[in-house]
Design a protein around this ligand. Sequence first.
Ligand SMILES: [Zn+2]
Length: 154
Amino acid sequence: MKCPYCSANDTRVVDSRPSDEGLAIRRRRECGACGRRFTTYERPQLEPLMVIKRSGRREAFNPDKLLRGLLLACEKRPVDPERLKRFAYSFEDTVEGPTITAEEIGLRAMAFLRELDEVAYIRFASVYREFDSVERFIEEIRSLARGPEPEEEA
Ligand SMILES: [Zn+2]
């Protein structure tokens, strides 16, 4: 590891001990070039859920971002924000595997909102699906009027 003070590669561990009740290892290192000491912590990092965006770019799943979208859709609607929080913060646990597409997140969020509040659902859907035409939007409203899809459980 490089020295954070002088960037020399010549650093050595002078002390190593468990920290955070064994959840981390604290190491004292000393730079052979400038003689300064610094501390590093080694801890397990759980693999973050990666979101594959439409552009193909990947980014770590961010529950706050999902929550913001939900809150926005539910603005001034009779929806308990706690339910939105629970959905956003437990979302990662419901995903199997290390990746999910942004589209799939949107679909799941829409299915969730549809149960809660139809106006919120339409708002969210209009942003998420980026309706390319008025026809698509009307189609969506019509499908709402027809009621829930048969595969959805009440
Ligand atoms: Zn140094």
